[in-house]
Write a protein that binds this ligand. Structure first.
Ligand code: RET
Length: 251
């Protein structure tokens, strides 16, 4: 077994652990709470990543771009899971559908344009990297410039969960463009094997603890003071109240 296969297999194990943590969150949550519907989304994070890592560990989905081997499942994983990570963070803050929508769109653009940087070269790749990085800066603006104002209207426990997720996403994600730029697609300081080891580790760190944080803070969703906050102008996306335009009611 190569170091690459070992790290990809550990990726599967780390994501499977995330799925177990998610199941505990799901099983322990009150079936009556409307948050259960949003919890289902969180399952996508470890499950999609576990599938992507299993494929990569089995050597499936690699393409060669100008002599550099790139795993397609990694980008598909990011395309599927990063909108959930950022979208759910916005949901915890209590963002409206509109706000959540543009944040998720910026995230999707970051990954798609990043992929365009992979399959091109030269100045086009450089422009794609710059544009994708700009999208990342847009996400930082959303996390630190927009969502805190929305979250200020939530209950204390809900706001604390938002702050945990905000910093987890904001601080950890900066590693990706740095590794990408240092790797064979960028400056070439780090070889493909190094990129695989680093990204596998950061991917697990970005996902499994995220699910864990939601799980340990789940009482934030049943906080009695939350009901009052929910009735404020910014109704959280994905709740029945947002869907039918009605007032939020106590659980
Ligand atoms: C790319 C391309 C170059 C510019 C930027 C990138 C950012 C990637 C990010 C990925 C995050 C992935 C996560 C995965 C799973 O948990 C695409 C490398 C800015 C931020 C969080």
């Amino acid at each position: 077994m190569t170091a690459e296969t070992v790290s990809l297999s550990l990726g599967v194990v780390g994501m499977a652990l995330g799925a177990v943590v998610w199941y505990r969150l799901w099983a322990d949550s009150d079936a009556a709470t409307r948050e259960r519907g949003a919890f289902v989304w969180i399952a996508v994070i470890p499950v999609a990543a576990a599938v992507a890592y299993a494929l990569m560990a089995l050597d499936v989905g690699f393409v060669s771009v100008g002599g550099v081997t790139v795993p397609v499942p990694r980008y598909v994983d990011w395309l599927v899971t990063t909108p959930v990570l950022i979208g759910y963070t916005a949901h915890v803050a209590g963002a409206s559908r509109r706000t959540t929508g543009w944040i998720v769109a910026v995230d999707v653009a970051m990954v798609v344009v990043g992929w365009a940087g992979v399959v091109t070269g030269g100045t086009t790749r450089l422009a794609a990297f710059a544009t994708s990085s700009l999208c990342y800066v847009g996400l930082l603006y959303a996390l630190y410039g927009v969502l805190p104002d929305v979250a200020a209207e939530r209950s204390g426990s809900r706001r604390r969960l938002f702050e945990v997720l905000q910093n987890h996403v904001g601080l950890l994600w900066v590693v990706y463009p740095v590794v990408w730029a240092a790797g064979p697609l960028g400056l070439g300081y780090v070889e493909t094997i190094g990129v695989t080891l680093l990204i596998s580790f950061v991917d697990v760190m970005a996902k499994t603890p995220y699910v864990y944080f939601v799980s340990v803070h789940r009482s934030a969703f049943t906080d009695p003071t939350e009901t009052a906050a929910t009735e404020s102008a910014e109704t959280p996306a994905g709740t029945p109240a947002a869907a039918d335009g009605g007032e939020a009611t106590a659980d």
